[in-house]
Design a protein around this ligand. Structure first.
Ligand code: GLA
Length: 388
C-alpha cells in the first residue's frame, strides 16, 4: 500500500523532497448517539480502514491537494496565505480548515505542501471520512513542522475547524475517536469533561459488522443542526426549574420529574433521548466490563428505538436494515451509528453466523428499498500514524 501511494504521489507531483506517508482511521460508535453535544457519554472506536496521506513541503506558499478518490478533479490548489472559506473548494475545505485553524491558534505554517489523499472509508457512509481527513491533516502538519500538539489537541482542532470553518455544529466524538484510537479498545468518553477511559472490546466469538444503507448523507444538509438547536432550547427550559449545565447531568428519574418544563412535545422527546441514551451508554460499558455481551446488545437495540421514535434521525433505510438484522440468528445487537439520516448501522454478530446474516439482511434490504446494502466485518485499530 505504502509504495503504491508514493508512486502515485510522484506521478502527480513529481520526484524529490522528503516524502512521508501517514494514516488516520475512520470510526464507528458502538453506543451513545447524539449525546456528545449534550454533555453525555459516547463509546466509539477507531477502525483499521481510514485515510492515507502522502505529503511533502514545497518551496512556495502553494497548497496542492490531490485525492485518489476524486482523481477526476485533478490537483486542486490553494495558498497558506489565503485560506478564506469557499464552498466551491469542495473536499479541500477539510484540509484547508485544519491549516486555517492551526494558524488561528498561533502555529506557524510557513510554507506550502503537496499532499495526496486516499481513503478506503466509504464516502458519506457516516464512518467519519471527513473527521479522518481532518485529524490526518493535523497529524501531517504536526509532524512536518514539529508542532507541540497532542493527539487530543488534534481532535479539538478538527472539531473547531468543522464548527467554525465548515459550519457543521458537530460534537467532539468523531475527531476524538480517530485521534485517540487504540487497537481492540473502545473509548468511553465523557464529553462534558473530556475525561476518558479505554475499554477492552473482547467480543469472544462475535465480530462487529457494519451495514451500509448506501444512502449518502452529509451533516450539512441533514437535520443535524436542527436537532442540536432543539436540545439547546430544551436545556434552557429545564434550567428554569433545575440547576444543570447539560442534559447529560440528568438521570432518567430526574428527567421524568422535570420534563414538564419543556413546552413542546417534540423537544421533550429529543431531550428524553439525550438523557436516556447517556444513561444507556454508562450501563452498556458497565455490562461489557462484566462480560455481559447480551445486555450490551439489548442496550444497542434500545438505543436504536430511541433514535427512531424519540430523536427521529433514522429513516426507512436504517430502520429496514436494523429490523432485518435483528431477525437473524447469531445477532447480539444492532443500531444506527453516527448522525443518522442514512449512513451506517453497526451490529455484533456471532462469527459463524455472519455469512447467512449478510445474505439474509442484504436480500430483505434490496427487496424493500430497491438498491443494495453493503456489509463490512471490521477490526478496531489505532489512531493516526506514520507509515515507515
Ligand atoms: C456526527 C457528529 C458527532 C455526533 C454524531 C451523533 O457523527 O459528528 O459529533 O454528534 O453525529 O452521535
Amino acid at each position: 500500500m505504502r509504495d503504491q501511494l508514493v508512486q502515485e504521489f510522484k506521478k502527480v507531483f513529481g520526484d524529490g523532497g522528503d516524502i512521508k506517508v501517514y494514516f488516520a482511521p475512520g470510526r464507528v460508535n458502538l453506543i451513545g448517539e447524539h449525546t456528545d453535544y449534550n454533555g453525555g457519554h459516547v463509546f466509539p472506536c477507531a477502525l483499521t480502514i481510514g485515510t492515507y496521506a502522502v505529503a511533502r513541503k514545497n518551496d512556495s506558499t502553494k497548497l496542492r491537494f490531490y485525492s485518489m478518490n476524486f482523481s477526476h478533479l485533478g490537483v486542486l490548489e490553494g495558498d497558506v496565505e489565503d485560506l478564506t472559506y469557499n464552498k466551491k473548494n469542495g473536499w479541500t475545505c477539510y484540509p484547508k480548515g485544519i491549516i486555517w485553524t492551526m494558524k488561528k491558534k498561533g502555529f506557524e505554517i510557513p510554507q506550502g505542501m503537496d499532499i495526496l489523499y486516499f481513503g478506503n472509508i466509504p464516502n458519506g457512509s457516516g464512518l467519519s471520512s471527513s473527521a479522518s481527513i481532518e485529524v490526518l491533516t493535523g497529524f501531517v502538519l504536526k509532524d512536518m513542522w514539529n508542532l507541540p500538539v497532542s493527539n487530543q489537541d488534534l481532535a479539538l482542532i478538527g472539531q473547531y475547524s468543522e464548527n467554525n470553518y465548515n459550519g457543521v455544529n458537530c460534537g467532539i466524538m468523531d475527531q476524538f475517536a480517530i485521534a485517540m484510537g487504540q487497537k481492540n479498545k473502545a473509548i468511553f468518553l465523557d464529553t462534558a469533561t473530556l475525561k476518558y477511559e479505554y475499554a477492552d472490546i473482547d467480543l469472544g466469538d462475535c465480530k462487529i459488522v457494519i451495514l451500509n444503507t448506501n444512502k449518502k448523507r452529509g451533516l450539512g444538509d441533514s437535520k443535524y443542526n436542527e436537532r442540536r438547536a432543539e436540545c439547546e432550547t430544551a436545556l434552557a427550559e429545564l434550567q428554569k426549574v433545575v440547576k444543570i449545565d447539560s442534559l447529560g447531568d440528568l438521570d432518567e428519574q430526574q428527567f421524568e420529574i422535570y420534563k414538564g418544563a419543556i413546552k413542546d412535545e417534540n423537544r421533550k422527546k429529543r431531550a428524553k433521548h439525550a438523557v436516556y441514551e447517556n444513561q444507556r451508554t454508562v450501563k452498556a460499558v458497565e455490562a461489557l466490563k462484566q462480560g455481559d455481551l447480551a445486555q450490551f446488545g439489548q442496550l444497542m437495540i434500545a438505543s436504536h428505538k430511541s433514535l427512531q421514535y424519540d430523536y427521529e434521525v433514522t429513516g426507512k433505510e436504517l430502520d429496514t436494515l436494523v429490523d432485518a438484522a435483528l431477525k437473524q440468528e447469531g445477532v447480539i445487537g444492532a443500531r444506527m451509528t453516527g448522525a443518522g439520516f442514512g449512513g451506517c448501522a453497526v451490529s455484533i454478530v456471532k462469527g459463524d453466523a455472519i455469512d447467512k446474516f449478510i445474505e439474509n439482511v442484504g436480500k430483505e434490504y434490496k427487496e424493500k428499498i430497491g438498491y443494495k446494502a453493503d456489509f463490512y466485518v471490521v477490526e478496531i485499530g489505532n489512531g493516526p500514524m506514520i507509515l515507515e
